[in-house]
Design a binder for this molecule. Structure first.
Ligand code: TMP
Length: 224
């Protein structure tokens, strides 16, 4: 049986990576075969592309170049890692996927690149493939950004290229994620990320159980 593809999306400092970790641990403990991955940088080539995109001056390339690089990373990621794992019946959990390009490169920059252009890149690079479930973590951008800067404090090579954009960019992309979720309610669920890690984790588990019917019975047992 084909596996399931779950993506986490959201702005900066929403706690996606932590929630990906916790969900992967939870599902693994329930006996599922889980692959944890991320964009950009889920493959060897992707790691090189990631460095180009997330480090350095925010103005070193424009939204079009960014979108092309993110889609190059995504295509390789899908072909080399995501699809083979799904064929093997695994649950693939990705920290970001295509909605990030729509939110950041289209809405973040005030639609300097149109949604139609981004959609055509999707068709070229991803085709008809899409996640089974997308969890959008939502938080006030100011709060998220301060979490992000605090986290980067001890890092050797700071991945703060997008954090360096003005608050307006981050407010735009937050609205962008909300539009994306509203337009595809079958696939997307928005969760309030301004909660404790554990509370949010419980919301994530509930969402995964309800939407994918994965561990419903076992989850019920834990709750009772
Ligand atoms: P991360 O730090 O959450 O892993 O994401 C890397 C950065 O890249 C983050 O600032 C968001 C940005 N990004 C885009 O702008 N477009 C995309 O398509 C993706 C996947 C990430």
């Amino acid at each position: 049986m084909r596996g399931k593809f779950i993506t986490f999306e959201g702005g900066e400092g929403t706690g996606k990576s932590t929630q990906v970790e916790l969900l992967a641990k939870y599902l693994t403990e329930k006996g599922f075969n889980v692959v944890k991955t991320k964009e950009p940088g889920g493959t060897e080539i992707g790691k090189e592309i990631r460095r180009l995109l997330v480090c350095g001056d925010k103005d070193k390339m424009d939204a079009t170049a960014e979108a092309l690089l993110y889609y190059a990373d995504r295509h390789i990621h899908m072909v080399q890692k995501i699809l083979p794992a799904l064929e093997d019946g695994k649950i693939v959990i990705s920290d970001r996927f295509a909605d990030s390009t729509t939110a950041y490169q289209c809405y973040g920059y005030g639609e300097r690149i149109s949604k139609e252009v981004i959609d055509s890149l999707y068709k070229i690079a991803v085709g008809n493939f899409k996640p089974d479930l997308t969890i959008v973590l939502d938080i006030d951008p100011q709060k998220g950004l301060s979490r992000s800067f605090a986290k980067a404090d001890g890092m050797e090579e700071k991945e703060l290229r997008f954090e360096s954009h003005a608050l307006e960019f981050h407010s735009n992309l937050r609205k962008g994620f909300q539009i994306i979720a509203q337009n595809d309610p079958e696939r997307c669920v928005v969760l309030d990320a301004d909660k404790s890690i554990e509370e949010l984790h419980q919301d994530v588990i509930r969402t995964v159980c309800n939407r994918l019917n994965l561990v419903a019975n076992r989850y019920q047992k834990i709750q009772n």
